[in-house]
Every structure is written in C-alpha cells, then in structure tokens.
Design a protein around this ligand. Structure first.
Ligand code: PLP
Length: 385
C-alpha cells in the first residue's frame, strides 16, 4: 500500500547524512568530551563544532548554546531557570493561551508556587495582540514567553515586536522555536530574543536532543545538578551522537530553507484549495498567510477528526488531530478553543503537516482519498445529512 507521511510537526524522519554522523559517534568516536586524552579532545572539538553549527543558524555566539534533551527540557530550563533566578525582582510571567504544554504546564506549576501568570488570548487566527501584551505588563513582570510558530495551526507570532517591547522594558523574552527553526528566519540579535528553545526531531534530526539559546548576561538556575558540563547549566555527560546529529540536521535544514519553504507552501496551498473545492463545510484553522509553510489544519464539520484519522491511516496516510502530545485525550485542543472554535468544530479538526519528502503526487492522492471519507462519515452522522 502507498504510504504518505503528513505528520512532520509531530516528528520527522532522520536524514541519512545525519544518521551517518551519529553512527560515527556511537562507534569509533566514542570519547567523553570531559576526558583529557586524545579520545576526549576529539569529542570536545566535535562538540564545539556542533555548537557552532547551531549558533550560526540563529546568529548567536557558540557559548550561548546549551544542549538539552529536547524542546521540552529547553522550555523548562528557560522558564524555571528565570523564575529561580529573578524571583526577587518580581513574580509575574506573561505567556499565551496557545503555547505547547511544555510551556503551559511549566507555568501552571509556577502558579502553584506563588507566581502570577497571564495567559494572553489570541484572535480567531491564533495570533496574540501587541496591545494585550502591553496592557499585561506590570513592574513585577520578569519573563515573557511567546512561541514563534504554533505546532497545531502553524500561526506565526510577531516575535520581533515582542522582543523589541521586552528589551525596551528590560524584561527577559523567551520564545519556543521548536516548530519554526529551519522554517522561518531567526536572528536572535535582530529579534531581541534572550532565550530560545529548539528540538532536533522536528528538523530531520534525532529525538531526545535539542538546545536552549541563552543570551550572555541572562542568568538561569539549574534543573540538573552534577558535573560542570554545558557551562554548569546542564550537568551530565553530553549526548554526543544526538548533539552531532542535531548539528548536522540544523546545518542541512538551514541550507535548503530558501528553496524548500516556498515549495512546501505551494503544496500546502494546493492541498487547502483542493480540499475546500471538493468538500463542503470545511474551515481553515489558523491564519491564511501568516502560517508555517507545511501546515494544513482544517475542521470538517459534522465529523469527528479521530474517525477521519483512522480512515486516512487505513488508506496509508498519516495525519493527526490537534497536537501529537494531546492526541489520545478526549479534550478538544486548547489551541482551537482559544481561537474561539466550538467544541464540535474543534473535534472535527485534522492537521496535516508537510515535509521535504512530500510531492505533488502525495497531494493528489489525499485529494482523491479524503473527500469520499468525509462524505461517508457525514452520511452516517445525523447532523451531517
Ligand atoms: N514546543 C513545541 C512548539 C513543540 O511542537 C514540541 C513538540 O511537539 C515541543 C515544544 C517539545 O519538543 P520535544 O519533543 O523535543 O520535547
């Protein structure tokens, strides 16, 4: 059976070039970067090369990159790290209602410890308002954490404007760039970003590795205690195969961003238009243009998104409803609800996220397969007839 992967925002396949680099660091180049002998020195040199590859992608200094176990840890490190070090300056944090749970649950946990958190609302397209942000600022605000691009609907936030405002007020600005690295240009200097989280497995790198960029001068309390690795920010022997794979993946994804993103955006638009032409009562979730190149999130009214997913899976097409982390839960997506969708319409949402392996033929196949699926379910539903 033909198999089409349309869930690149959940995870992406590791590139052969990346796997090759990782294999070397699992086998002959197994040294510990903390060792003083030649094996250790070689590992240390490679570790610093990977750090440079990552720093180049976001215009930071290499010594501002801290390798982590992924996006979740980087988000935790940023938020808990700032809360731990700056609580004496204030105990107020501003975020948005549509952040990934790695940010939301961390903030909710801080609320239990006496911090105040403002969850900014979003408009119908999933975008925050700068006006709301301005109004939410208080003399107690120590951190603004707003994601660059949303994992479910692909909406892109005005992070350069957020960064400018935060810098003007001397408030630390963190952005979760897990979904945007390699897809949107990022310049931490120009965008006034103090902290930025990213992950390897969304950019054709390995799972379980990511990084936090922390601007020089921003102090963070540690999550993990032990050795002096990562400038004492993250103790523990470095995940060399993962880090080397991440470095390579970042370099490759940056090198093709200028050609690959317009290609994916064309496929995305063909898919959205094609489905809207073939199926009635379809709603595009997210902004029509201010969205990630590969993101297609549509609600099919009178049908359950989960039913569509299962039928697509049987036809060899892998998609998702809401974010991968919330699938399996019966609650509708917090992102779609924050955008004002009713529970019914939110339940009818299906996300397809494109990647570098997808082609025009894949889109045509989805356009053949999906409309009859929706039609069949609607015939069975009392509301859809
Ligand atoms: N932040 C966003 C926006 C994400 O989409 C994800 C993964 O889905 C994460 C954080 C978590 O990253 P990781 O899977 O590397 O922990």
């Amino acid at each position: 059976m033909r198999k089409i992967y349309l869930d690149h925002s959940a995870t992406s396949p590791v590139r052969p070039e990346v796997a090759q680099v990782m294999w070397q660091f699992l086998t002959e180049k197994f040294g510990n970067p903390s060792s003083l002998h030649s094996f250790g020195r070689e590992a240390k040199e490679n570790l610093e090369n990977a750090r440079n590859q990552v720093a180049n992608a976001i215009n930071s200094q290499a010594n501002e990159i801290i390798f982590t176990s992924g996006g979740t840890e980087a988000d935790n490190m940023a938020i808990l790290g700032v809360a731990g070090r700056y609580a004496d300056k204030g105990r107020h944090i501003i975020t948005s209602a549509i952040e990934h749970h790695a940010v939301l649950h961390t903030c909710q946990n801080l609320e239990k410890q006496g911090f105040k958190v403002t969850y900014l609302p979003v408009d119908e397209y999933g975008i925050i308002s700068m006006d709301d942000l301005q109004k939410a600022l208080t003399p107690e605000t120590i951190l603004i954490t707003i994601m660059h691009a949303n994992n479910e609907v692909g909406s892109i936030q005005p992070i350069a404007q957020v960064g400018a405002l935060a810098r003007e007020r001397a408030i630390i600005f963190h952005t979760d760039a897990v979904q945007s690295l390699g897809k949107l240009p990022i310049d931490v200097q120009k965008m006034n970003i103090d902290l930025l989280s990213a992950s390897g497995h969304k950019i054709y790198g390995p799972k379980g590795v990511g990084f936090l960029y922390a601007r020089k001068g921003v102090r963070l309390s540690s999550l993990v205690y032990g050795g002096a690795q990562e400038r004492k920010h993250r103790a523990g022997t470095e995940n060399m195969p993962g880090i080397m794979g991440l470095g390579k993946a970042v370099e490759l994804v940056m090198g093709e961003m200028a050609t690959e993103m317009p290609r994916e955006a064309k496929l995305r638009d063909d898919l959205i238009k094609g489905l809207q032409e073939r199926i009635t009562h379809v709603k595009l979730n997210g902004h029509p243009t201010q969205r990630l190149a590969g993101n297609v999130n549509l609600s099919y009214e009178y049908v359950e998104g989960e039913s569509i997913l299962l039928a697509l899976d049987m036809a060899g097409i892998a998609a998702s409803s809401g974010s991968a982390c919330t699938s399996g839960s019966i609650d509708p997506s917090h992102v779609l609800l924050a955008m004002g969708l009713s529970h019914e319409v939110a339940h009818g949402s299906v996300r397809m996220t494109l990647g570098r392996d997808n082609t025009e033929e894949d889109i045509q196949y989805v356009l053949e397969v999906l409309p009859p699926i929706v039609e069949r379910f609607r015939k069975m539903s009392p509301l859809g007839q």
